[in-house]
Structures are given as structure tokens and as C-alpha cells.
Ligand binder design. Structure first.
Ligand code: PEP
Ligand code: MN
Length: 353
């Protein structure tokens, strides 16, 4: 079993990676690490020593000195350590200071040149690498970065979902867009862990976001922890104390990602879903036939395909009926918009015949 596999071996408990956003001082790193080592669920200690900042005048990390303190924290607690690397020089230094796992930050993953340089620098080193999602919601770019490491012969690769820049105001610092990491796990069989701290950007949303990630079968959680978060030099609003981490873990409802024990009960319920889906398919086909009849009638009588007023009335009626049935109006709108569009396409084809 590789190191990475052993970190993900627990079927009922996700890998927990904790530690400060930045390594700031020996005292800060060691005291945070000691407190985290007393939380048995924490398996990997993080600390950033090169900080990619959006603006140039912020704290940019302690560099090599930070690695010394990180290594000291490892020696004192026995916890393996992880840090972010963005250049081949970072890789070399991190390896020299016995860092056990590396992560590639969201701002680096957007640049295939940088990712390739890192992959080349890591060739021949069998170290776990966590690839964060790029800042932009671009699944192919994320997959491309992962593929560059795989192609360089690195086999211990996992992904980190840390949310995406979004054009609208949201309560999150980085909008989660959960469908993207889910699609990643469908396309590549690698573990995906959820960096709830960088998704949320605040402490209030951490618990509910971590619970959501667990419900969606995340393989791990990254939580930024600091002995004195209010005075942290970076990401102060989102970091929590090791005590707050313990409270959060106590409130989370962990779920098994292994359905074997309940397979029997699920079989019956899944059968029921299959029956319902088959009814839905029959109904959709019947609806389409009627819609095509209408299309032919419209053509004969020379009226347009789209009758927007009628459709708006129907849709608002369906939303109300759906709501009475306990269905969200958004769901009703999405489903019926898709059905309506398909009808329009089919009727337009009839008009063109
Ligand atoms: C971090 O983990 O501290 C960090 C800078 O994250 P990201 O690359 O996701 O912004
Ligand atoms: Mn951070």
C-alpha cells in the first residue's frame, strides 16, 4: 500500500488535513501542531511557506525558514507534513526538509507551463501530490494538471476541491460548484478532498459545508487551523482553533462511503427508482408524439411554433402545483424548460420538412 492509499484507507472517515494557512513563526507552528496532534482524526499537518497573494504587499511567507519550523513540528508530533509548491526551487527545498506531501495551489494550476515544470522537477520522486482545482471553473484544466503529474510517473495523486471564482456575489469566498469535483471523480479514479476553508472564507459556513462534502462522499477535508486565528497573517477570517476543530468534528455526521452492509435494502429501493424512471420515459415519449401532432397542425394552419404567453402561464401553473407536491420550483423549471425546448426543436423540424 502506498502512503497515499494508507491515508485514504478508512472507509467511514475522510482524510483530515489541518494546519495553519501560513507558517508564521516557530512558536505559532509548534503550538498549533501540538494541539492538532492531540486530535486523533488529524492525519496530515499543513503549512504554507510560500504564499501566492492576490496583491503584492501582503505577507508572502517565511520560505526556507518556515520549512525548518514545519520539519520541527513533524519531529515533535510525529505527524507527516505538507506544503504548497509553485516552482522547481520550492520542490527541491521541500524535499530537502522532508516534506511528506506537496500541494499545488489554485493559482498555479491555471498555468500549464508552471504545472509542467513542477511535474518535471518531481519526476522520479515518489511523493504524494495534491492538485487543487484551478481558480476558474474549468474541469479540463484541472484534469490536464493531474495528467501532467501522472505522465511524469507520479502515482500518488489526489485532487483538492477548493471552490471557484464566480461572477456573482455568493456567501462563499470560492463558489463550490459541487458538480465539477463530482464529474472529476467520474472521469478519473483519484481521491478528491474538500478544502472547506478556502471554499467558505469564513468560519460560519465551515460546518455546513463540511457536512455537505461528507454527504457527497468526499475522500477528505482540509481545514485551516491556527492557534490564534484572529491574529493570523493570512486568511484570518476562515481559520479556526484546534479546539474549534474538535467541536466541529463532534458535530459532523460521518457517513460510510461503503454501501456493502446496506446493499440488500438499497436493491429494493433502486428497483423502485428504475420502475419510476421507465414510466417517466414512456410518458416523455407519449408527450413528444402529441407535441409532434400539434406541430403538424400548426404547420397546416400557418401559426408559429413558439407561443410564449401560453408557455409562461403553463410554467407558472406547474411551479405552483409542483410546490404543493413538495418539489422545488427550480427543479420544475429546469425539467420543463428542457422538455419544452425539445418540443420546440421537434416542431421546428416538422415546419422545415
Ligand atoms: C492555501 O491552501 O493556503 C492556498 C493558498 O490555497 P488556494 O491555492 O486554494 O488558494
Ligand atoms: Mn489559506
Amino acid at each position: 500500500m502506498t502512503t497515499l492509499q494508507s491515508w485514504f484507507a478508512h472507509p467511514d472517515f475522510p482524510l483530515l488535513i489541518c494546519g495553519p494557512c501560513s507558517v508564521e513563526s516557530e512558536q505559532q507552528m509548534i503550538s498549533t501542531a501540538r494541539a492538532l496532534a492531540a486530535v486523533p482524526e488529524v492525519k496530515l499537518l499543513r503549512g504554507g511557506v510560500w504564499k501566492p497573494r492576490t496583491r503584492p504587499d501582503g505577507f508572502e511567507g517565511r520560505g526556507e525558514q518556515g520549512l525548518e519550523w514545519l520539519l520541527k513540528a513533524k519531529q515533535e508530533t510525529g505527524l507527516p507534513i505538507a506544503t504548497e509548491v509553485a516552482t522547481p526551487e520550492h520542490v527541491e527545498l521541500a524535499l530537502r526538509y522532508e516534506v511528506d506531501a506537496l500541494w499545488i495551489g489554485a493559482r498555479t494550476v491555471v498555468n500549464p507551463f508552471s504545472v509542467q515544470q513542477l511535474a518535471d522537477a518531481l519526476r522520479g520522486h515518489d511523493i504524494p501530490v495534491f492538485v487543487k482545482n484551478p481558480v476558474s471553473p474549468d474541469l479540463k484544466l484541472w484534469m490536464g494538471a493531474i495528467e501532467r503529474f501522472l505522465k511524469a510517473g507520479l502515482h500518488q495523486i489526489a485532487a483538492i476541491h477548493r471552490g471557484f471564482s464566480y461572477y456573482k456575489e455568493t456567501p462563499y469566498r470560492n463558489f463550490p460548484m459541487w458538480e465539477i469535483p463530482i464529474e472529476l471523480t467520474q472521469k478519473m479514479s483519484i481521491p478528491v478532498i474538500t478544502d472547506v476553508s478556502h471554499i467558505c472564507g469564513n468560519r460560519e459556513l465551515l460546518l455546513s459545508t463540511a457536512q455537505k462534502a461528507i454527504n457527497l462522499a468526499t475522500d477528505g477535508l482540509m481545514v485551516e487551523c491556527h492557534i490564534d486565528p484572529d491574529h493570523a497573517l493570512t486568511d484570518a477570517q476562515q481559520q479556526i482553533t484546534p479546539d474549534a476543530l474538535k467541536e466541529m468534528l463532534a458535530q459532523l455526521h460521518f457517513r460510510s462511503r461503503n454501501a456493502e452492509g446496506i446493499e440488500h435494502d438499497l436493491t429494493a429501493l433502486r428497483g423502485e427508482i428504475d420502475d419510476i424512471d421507465s414510466e417517466l420515459l414512456q410518458l416523455l415519449a407519449r408527450r413528444m408524439k402529441v407535441s409532434q401532432q400539434i406541430g403538424r397542425y400548426k404547420k397546416t394552419n400557418n401559426v408559429t411554433v413558439v407561443q410564449m404567453d401560453r408557455w409562461k402561464k403553463i410554467l407558472s401553473n406547474y411551479r405552483a402545483v409542483g410546490e404543493d407536491l413538495g418539489l422545488s420550483p427550480d427543479l420544475i423549471e429546469e425539467v420543463f424548460e428542457a422538455i419544452h425546448q425539445a418540443s420546440i426543436r421537434s416542431q421546428s423540424e416538422i415546419m422545415d420538412e
